[in-house]
Design a protein around this ligand. Structure first.
Ligand code: NDP
Length: 329
């Protein structure tokens, strides 16, 4: 079993030295457990937060513990009812090639329905985040303008496409011309803003002539402030993430333009995808249906080799990933 354990709490960007790479014999399953051969790992910006000490929506990864990660693999051995060798399962498997975990924390997926990586992408937590963040928290109505940041990323790309499906104008904010072209030409966004080379406030004014009704925030920082400045009466601001702040060595500064919420009687609300777990099946059905009808596309960026984990994870914070970042074990 090859695995990455958290060796120390990172300061700023993660480094290889923050982890210990170890090889040992996998632990046989006890009652209620399954042993899984891990095939794919989901690399998520949230992993950076899990490495920090402090109170969050789930406890931090302990020092010396296998780094937490969602994954997908095949059951090798089972001591749990309902799970048999050969079953494909997904759950918190950790950054390792073989995981012995409680079966109740995993769920079975049917690999005949879609390519396996998709269960960590549009049909997995990423898709659920976009779906419930936009529809349940953002509550978009047809004709409204939806702005999403991190738009060419895994969650953001789905948010913009679902906004279009719901009859909204979709405006994406992403880094670089290639990602912006992709949003408009391939995914059907109405328009895209390159925050690395364009002035975001001026471009928002140009592309959102009727203001912003829903802002889906993946990045926080200056872009959140720029969007807050242009929200409409009763706008909804969905706080999904703040990737621009995750590697800060100083505390996160709140938005300077928050009084825009007061002036506009607007609402800014945080969301955690796990709160919608009992409705995942409904979302997966809708998303799979849209994919079948050709209305929604999912893009995966698959890196190879568990040994590359620290460097591959870093791609999320440099913007080198193009699509849902997945590590093929
Ligand atoms: P992405 O695929 O979007 O990858 C991260 C992207 O963030 C990069 O490609 C990069 O795109 C962008 N980025 C990195 N640094 C910065 C920066 N300083 N400023 C602006 N953009 C930056 O990852 P995910 O789709 O998996 O996650 C997107 C967001 O959703 C994250 O904030 C994550 O924490 C959040 N999330 C929240 C969940 C919840 O339950 N609330 C669940 C899942 C995800 P670019 O090249 O455009 O800069």
């Amino acid at each position: 079993n090859r695995q990455f354990r958290l060796a120390r709490r990172p300061a700023g960007m993660v480094k290889r030295e923050d982890f210990e790479f170890r090889t040992d014999r996998p632990r046989p399953p006890e009652s209620g457990e399954i042993m899984v051969g891990v095939e794919y790992l989901s690399l998520d910006p949230a992993m950076r937060g899990w490495m920090n000490e402090g109170k969050s929506y789930i406890p931090p990864v302990r020092l010396g513990e296998v780094m937490r990660a969602l994954g997908l693999g095949t059951v090798i051995e089972s001591k749990a009812p309902g799970f048999a060798p050969g079953d494909t399962v997904s759950g918190q498997l950790g950054v390792q090639s073989v995981a012995t975990v409680a079966a109740k924390d995993c769920f079975k997926v049917d690999p005949s329905l879609a390519p396996k990586p998709l269960f960590l992408s549009a049909l997995g937590m990423t898709g659920m985040t976009a779906y419930f963040g936009l529809l349940a928290v953002g509550e978009p109505k047809p004709g409204e303008t939806v702005v999403v940041s991190g738009a060419a990323g895994a969650v953001g790309a789905l948010v913009g496409q679902i906004a279009r499906i719901k009859g909204c104008r979709a405006v994406g904010i992403a880094g670089g011309a290639a990602k912006c072209r992709y949003l408009v030409d391939e995914l059907g966004f109405d328009t895209a803003i390159d925050y690395k080379s364009e002035a975001v406030p001026a471009k928002l004014r140009e592309h959102c002539p009727k203001g912003i009704d829903v802002y889906f925030d993946n990045v926080g920082g200056q872009i959140l402030d720029d969007c807050l400045a242009q929200i409409n009466l009763r706008a909804r601001v969905v706080i999904c993430g703040a990737i621009s702040q995750y590697n800060n060595t100083t505390p996160v500064k709140g938005p300077a333009n928050y009084l825009s919420l007061l002036v506009n009687r607007a609402r800014m609300q945080g969301m955690i995808v796990f709160d919608y777990a009992d409705r995942y099946a409904e979302a997966a059905r809708d998303i799979a249906g849209w994919m079948r009808e050709g209305k929604l596309r999912s893009r995966e960026d698959i890196a190879d080799g568990i040994e590359t984990f620290p460097e591959t994870l870093l791609k999320l914070f440099t913007g080198e990933n193009f699509g849902k970042l997945i590590l093929k074990v």
